[in-house]
Design a protein around this ligand. Structure first.
Ligand code: HGY
Ligand code: MN
Ligand code: MN
Length: 419
């Protein structure tokens, strides 16, 4: 690995640690807890801080109407489709400090390292920090890259509401992003190639002692909201035979999701009911309404849909037996993405030249790359994360792995910019 492009590992790690301080997460006793919800004060401070780093390096910066940040190092042939990299810095509540941030700050350091070599890039190299990769605030993930790739209708996006019923249109305008969302859309082939560096968020690389993953495909995520309505009442006076308990019905629905996901027998089918909002939420009141959010993913969208059909059959049974109403609302149902063979081969060649053990693999987590695949040839570089843990304060990637991933990213950017 001696002639891999050198990076400033100390600076990169310091910047990751600085970014991790831009949070209001309660301190954790098992790692660095980070919460950074899109357009929160922490998110806005992170954006300002990132732009300052970019301007200090002499790179051009711009925001689009939903707040995606573009940090560009102009090439000698600036009209050619650029080469791009990046990720996200927003974080779900009480998460870790490496999800997304390694791709943003690693991408910035890769560009700085290339600049330090005296490289004059032929194609511009662009670093993107996406708005709202996490679904936390507006219920759907990858807002910025969906709008960029035309996979989310701008009007629907602007009408998405957070838990305070504030629409995206108002929230983004208050954050200083007021242009028409339709202007976020980028044309197909806007980029020559898109590469995202990210922690694996799974255990395979660490388990197999391999320092670098090359993502060949990204599983297809889908999101649904189920509203179950029963008949509430006094926990003491409402007798059991007279009840239409929405939470008991929800409990059966949650178990139905688990049962049918397991029943496919495919390891790539995963389903999670991650939120359960109970109304009125009082210990001595029979729940009258429950809202569940379902996250279901598979490398095979047909198999994912078959699970949903089985769950729907169970919902029909629940409606009859428990005399509740169940309304299903589709949030998103996305196709999987394939990496570009050319970009995968470039990464494999770099690893072979440098004697780096690597593994081609599926990403079960989704990423903005899932949507960038619609407007550019993509690939992702994975680095190991300890015990495969992510979306938790004890999420951890080692300095060695972060540095190696960043160096390989710099190497592939150097190759792509000259193509
Ligand atoms: O949920 C995901 O796969 C991503 O981390 N937002
Ligand atoms: Mn995440
Ligand atoms: Mn991520």
């Amino acid at each position: 690995m001696s002639n891999l492009i050198a990076i400033d590992e100390t600076r990169l790690l310091n910047e990751l640690n600085t970014l991790a301080t831009l949070t209001h997460a309660e301190p954790a006793d098992n790692g660095t807890a980070v919460t950074r919800i899109v357009f929160s004060d922490d998110d806005l401070r992170a954006r300002t801080w990132l732009k300052e780093l970019a301007v200090a390096e002499g790179f051009e910066i711009r925001d689009d109407a939903v707040g995606n940040i573009f940090i560009r190092w102009a090439g000698t042939e600036p009209d050619l489709p650029a080469v791009a990299t990046g990720s996200h810095t927003d974080a779900i509540p009480h998460a870790g400090m490496y999800d997304g941030t390694v791709g943003v700050l690693g991408g910035l350091e890769a560009m700085r390292a290339l600049k330090r070599t005296g490289l004059r890039p032929r194609r511009s190299i662009e670093l993107v920090m996406f708005t709202s990769e996490e679904p936390t605030r507006f219920g759907i993930g990858c807002l910025g890259s969906r709008l960029m790739s035309g996979t989310l209708d701008p009007a629907r996006a602007d009408n998405l509401q957070d838990k305070d019923e504030s629409p995206l249109s108002a929230v983004r305008t208050a954050a200083g992003f007021a242009g028409p969302l339709a202007s976020v859309r980028l044309p197909a082939n806007h980029y020559r190639a898109w590469i995202e560096l990210h922690i694996e968020q799974g255990p395979l690389l660490e388990r197999e002692g391999i320092p670098l993953g090359i993502v060949t495909s990204i599983a297809a995520p889908a999101g649904y909201r189920f509203t179950i309505t029963g008949f509430g009442g006094h926990a003491g006076a409402l007798l059991m035979p007279d009840r239409k308990d929405a939470l008991c019905a929800a409990a059966e629905l949650i178990l139905s999701v688990e049962k049918h996901a397991l029943a496919t027998g495919a390891i790539d089918t995963v389903a999670t009911v991650g939120t359960c909002d109970v109304h009125p939420g009082a210990v001595n009141s029979v729940p009258s309404r429950v809202v569940l959010q379902l996250d279901i993913r598979d490398t095979n969208p047909e198999r994912r849909e078959a699970v949903m059909q089985a769950v729907r059959r169970d919902c029909d049974d629940l409606r009859q037996r428990r005399k509740v109403t169940i309304v299903e609302e589709l949030v998103n149902a996305d196709a999987p993405a394939q990496s570009s063979p050319h970009t995968v081969q470039l990464l494999e060649a770099i690893c072979a030249e440098q004697g780096i053990a690597c593994k081609k693999m599926v990403s079960r987590a989704y990423h903005d790359s899932l949507f960038m695949a619609r407007i550019a040839p993509i690939a992702m570089i994975f680095i190991p994360c300890r015990n495969g843990v992510s979306h938790r304060p004890d999420e951890y990637a080692s300095p060695t792995d972060i540095a190696l991933g960043t160096r390989v990213l710099a190497q592939v950017l150097a190759k792509l910019t000259s193509e």
